[in-house]
Design a protein around this ligand. Structure first.
Ligand SMILES: Nc1ncnc2c1ncn2[C@@H]1O[C@H](COP(=O)(O)OP(=O)(O)OP(=O)(O)O)[C@@H](O)[C@H]1O
Ligand SMILES: [Mg+2]
Length: 262
């Protein structure tokens, strides 16, 4: 059965999508069977891998809320990287409101949709939107664990407190088995004291949950999405690619058989 990892932080622009794409691609290139779920109405993970949703094409919105469409019909297989994607577009923006009107079980729509297909994959990576609404609750209810990217900047840790509260709430109400997969420092700049300080803070708070890998600020990582390529296909020798390879290996090591990702 797939290990489902939500990449979440309600703060915008901290590297959720960059991490979703390049962790999913990294695992795919190591021959893992991967589904990348774009669960953000911005559709950045979809576009960043060069997939264009055509008019009327079913998306993740249909997978969770359209009774006439099965999730299998919404999934697309890409060649480069070799993974499946459940694409998203602006249609998903309406899902929050629609779910809000549902009285019972509104937090479980993504979980229920994934249940039909999860045995086809080793990992399901869910790219979350920058909010703490019902989409995020659905992602955290569906997931086995949450990977939290944190940008190396001054207020980095303030937002995390709020996210941890949400995680605890979801654990209590809907998903008692939800774990913290790890906390990842992104856009690290080795020349600044601030980056080093945020790194120390994260290590202090999260201990072994803090990844040893830091993702550096790297121009190639910011250029890759506009080409529709993962960092490995765009700039394999870049510092960004090396860092995401290292992260992929850490995630794999933490999930070897017999380990429950604790
Ligand atoms: N390590 C990095 N070095 C340089 N640029 C980066 C790095 N990581 C991400 N970026 C760039 O920073 C911007 C925000 O990154 P990304 O889209 O991954 O964040 P996000 O958390 O998914 O944002 P949102 O909250 O809007 O979904 C993007 O333009 C991305 O290309
Ligand atoms: Mg994003």
């Amino acid at each position: 059965m797939a290990r489902k990892i939500a990449i979440a932080n309600q703060k915008g622009g901290v590297g959720k999508t960059t991490t979703s794409i390049n962790l999913a691609a990294g695992l795919a290139y190591l021959n893992k069977r991967i589904l990348l779920v774009d669960f953000d109405p911005q559709g950045n993970a979809t576009q960043g891998l060069g997939y264009r949703v055509g008019l009327g094409d079913p998306t993740v919105y249909d997978a969770i809320l359209n009774d006439e469409v099965n999730i299998s019909e919404c999934i697309r297989t890409l060649q480069k990287p070799p993974l499946d994607i459940l694409p998203s577009n602006i249609n998903l923006a309406g899902a929050d409101l629609q779910l809000a009107k549902i009285e019972e079980g509104r937090e479980s729509y993504l979980k229920n949709a994934l249940a039909d297909i999860e045995n086809r994959y080793d990992y399901i990576i869910i790219d979350c939107p920058p909010s703490l609404g019902l989409l995020n609750t659905n992602a955290l209810t569906a997931a086995d664990s949450v990977l939290i990217p944190v940008q190396s900047e001054y207020y980095a840790l303030e937002g995390i407190t709020q996210l941890l509260q949400t995680i605890r709430l979801v654990q209590r109400l809907f998903n008692p088995n939800l774990k913290i997969e790890g906390v990842l420092l992104t856009m690290y700049d080795a020349r600044t004291n601030l980056s080093a300080e945020v790194g120390q803070e994260i290590r202090k708070h999260f201990k072994e949950k803090a990844y040893r890998t830091y993702i550096p600020r790297n121009i190639k990582l910011s250029e890759a999405p506009s080409t529709g390529l993962s960092i490995y296909d765009y700039a394999l020798n870049s510092e960004g690619a090396k860092a995401y390879v290292a992260l992929t290996r850490e995630v794999l090591n933490n999930n070897v058989e017999g380990s429950d990702g604790q």
